[in-house]
Write a protein that binds this ligand. Structure first.
Ligand code: URA
Length: 238
């Protein structure tokens, strides 16, 4: 398992806000109302430094120290894999849990692409998964505008020169499903890579759906917009 990157100590108001999803101001009013105890003593000081060994309660309910979270999401079109607000809503906004705020995506999917996105607050885990040295295989189902020519299989396998790049793509797999649909497997993560590889073959991507990242396969029970936490086996397989 990766080494933890959750701090061992933090301000009490930050802890309570992270765990409950409430704003710092709301947490401060709870503190002023004598709702919080640390090791059996009522505490009002929002700035108090607390650590993972202490018994903390909010309205007599035990407060669990934050932990690493690992989520698989079936991303619908129209969401971005970013942590900065922009024109589209963020993928993390689909995760309706109080701890969702600290999540980032391990690798990206374009706003108009759909399918498997992995979200975590564990930077070492996401780095291990997405590091170019690892050459983790990503699998996509792609539909295209024009009929796929048989020659594309060979061109993907040989590597393609993409516009504005110095090195050809690493060997990739393209399996024809029907005239306009293919399964594509790549082990790099260049910008808009699949779309640009298809464009280099004089065609155009209409839809792009990610099925798998390495050993992690999108759960068929997840409808677009739905998520679940990864199992311990899924997490440690990375
Ligand atoms: N390749 C693309 O072109 N877009 C994605 O979102 C992922 C891979």
């Amino acid at each position: 398992m990766p080494v933890s990157n959750i701090p061992d100590s933090m301000r009490l108001d930050r802890l309570l806000s992270q765990v409950t999803g409430l704003s710092r101001n709301h947490v401060k009013s709870l503190l002023r109302g004598d709702n919080v105890e640390v090791d059996g003593v009522t505490v009002r000081d929002a700035a108090l430094q607390v650590n993972a060994t202490q018994a903390i309660t909010l309205r007599e309910d035990a407060v669990e120290w934050p932990r690493e979270r690992y989520v698989m999401l079936n991303k619908p079109a129209g969401y971005v894999c970013s942590t900065a607000e922009g024109a589209y809503p963020l993928v993390a906004s689909l995760v309706d849990a109080p701890w969702a705020d600290g999540l980032h995506s391990a690798g990206r999917l374009d706003a108009d692409s759909t399918g498997l996105v992995l979200l975590t607050n564990d930077g070492q885990w996401s780095h291990a998964l997405t590091s170019p040295r690892r050459q983790c295989v990503k699998s996509y189902v792609v539909t295209v505008k024009h009929p796929l020519q048989p020659g594309v299989v060979k061109r993907f396998a040989e590597g393609l020169m993409l516009n504005g790049e110095r090195e050809p793509t690493l060997p990739a797999q393209l399996e024809l499903i029907d005239t306009h649909t293919a399964r594509v497997q790549i082990c790099e993560g260049r910008y808009h890579q699949v779309k640009r590889m298809i464009a280099a073959c004089s065609n155009r991507v209409v839809t792009l759906h990610r099925e798998a990242i390495g050993h992690l396969v999108l759960d068929a029970a997840l409808n677009p917009g739905e998520w679940r936490e990864l199992t311990p086996e899924e997490i440690s397989g990375v």
